[in-house]
Design a binder for this molecule. Sequence first.
Ligand code: KIV
Length: 255
Amino acid sequence: MKDFREMKRRGEKITALTAYDYPTARLLDESGIDIILVGDSVGMVVLGYPDTTEVTLADIVHHTRATARGVQRATLVADMPIKTYDTPEQAVATARALVAAGAEAVKLEGGASHARRIEAIVQAGIPFMAHIGMLPQSVREEGGYRLKGRTQAEIEQLLLDAHAGRESGAFAVVLEIVTADAAKQITEAIGIPTIGIGSGDHCDGQILVTHDLIGLFPWFTPKFVSPAARVAEEIRRATTAFIERTRNGSALSKR
Ligand code: KIV
């Protein structure tokens, strides 16, 4: 695993993207990405659920196994799904199952309130990445995906959560949809790298859902993403071409 703290010290930006299958993981890995996350975003962009709350441990184990086969050099992190880390003991058992599936590190959503669970994972020898700010697994209780860090009280809570993650042994912390100002304060205050998603440019690295980056989920694109490709359009174009060729009886396939 790369020394991400050292990258932060050197001011070298950390790059992270999601993957849930072998070919995507292999393409990202061959392109030089630092971290590949088997995110529970798989629930939305692959499994067709409205949010991440229906993703199971079996889902993440299955996708981690496939993803791991495509990774040679990136750090492979697997997400711990909702309700799989309700106690320190359950958190360690879940983390071990993900490592057995091929993950090098795990991530769960939560900061200070989850310190004992994070410590238990780290003490079990499993590298851990924290995730604070807007927490998608809490979307139903929160009634939507809301920007965090808009008030001083929210910034203080975020700083508390980030410090708790670092003190519990996290090697990095994801900041999801927090204000650029809060992200800057956290990045300057803690010794571990911050990896932002929708949280401005001051973080030590950036992470995105690959489907958003490459335009493979055209029915919804988060406001903070500028897609770098239009893969859904290419799939539609190729499919239409295949349908036309087949119906015309021309060039069905090469011999
Ligand atoms: O599940 C996921 O893809 C994530 C990233 C958005 C950070 O947790």
